[in-house]
Write a protein that binds this ligand. Structure first.
Ligand code: 5GP
Length: 201
């Protein structure tokens, strides 16, 4: 059985990455999601083990010391990291795996797994991103301006990614990400053993 592929998806807050990923994970076959660990508090509706593994700082630091996270970062005062075992098990089972992590973590994963595929989700424009952040109505003006500045910094790193998906229309963005996953699976370099199989050698 061939190993699964690793996809890393990043996007600034307000680009709709959670919704896009939810729909892709529902539709795509044999694609798993890596549940991250974090020390931030759960938001209303978030379930431990589904959205994140919610850990104390002490437990998180223990995982780092044990080498149990593939990568981690401190973001807005909290740790976020990718538990190693879940990802390795899914890949070994032949499942493709999606990590939803920020840009620094994405670069660290690329160093560990040079064959992984990096996807950046972009807003159609900064103006539209600002409109979406305001529409949420959950943040004050200062936070909104901080998030926009942060989004600009994150977008500056998008050139390090392999694919851009622009979330102008949700349905299109979902099918674009599905197309990236399918396309990557067809790459020659990932399928060289198939040639021999097909020829019966
Ligand atoms: P939030 O608190 O809004 O759920 O996530 C904040 C940021 O942390 C998002 O950009 C999210 O993609 C990122 N993030 C979530 N899990 C991980 C992780 O395991 N590693 C890294 N490096 N970033 C993560």
């Amino acid at each position: 059985m061939s190993k699964g592929l690793l996809f890393v998806v990043s996007a600034p807050a307000g680009c709709g990455k959670d919704t896009i990923l939810e729909q892709v994970l529902e539709k795509a076959e044999n694609v798993g999601y890596s549940v991250s660990a974090t020390t931030r508090a759960p938001r209303p509706g978030e379930v431990d083990g589904t959205h994140y593994f919610f850990l104390s700082r002490e437990r998180f630091e223990q995982m780092i010391a044990e080498g149990a996270v593939l990568e981690y970062t401190e973001y807005c005062g909290n740790y976020y990291g990718t538990p190693k075992k879940g990802v390795e098990d899914m890949l070994a089972e032949g499942k493709d795996v999606i990590l939803k992590i920020e840009v620094e973590g994405a670069m660290n994963i690329k160093k560990l797994f040079p064959e992984c595929c990096l996807v950046f989700i972009l807003p159609p424009s900064m103006k539209e991103l600002e409109r979406r952040l305001r529409k949420r109505g959950t943040e004050d003006e200062e936070t909104i301006m901080r998030r926009i500045a942060q989004a600009k910094n994150e977008i500056d790193t998008a050139l390090n990614y392999d694919y851009f998906v622009v979330n102008d229309d949700l349905e299109d963005a979902v099918s674009d990400l599905m197309a990236v996953i399918r396309g990557e699976k067809c790459r020659k370099q990932r399928n060289l053993d198939k040639l021999n199989e097909i020829k019966g050698e």
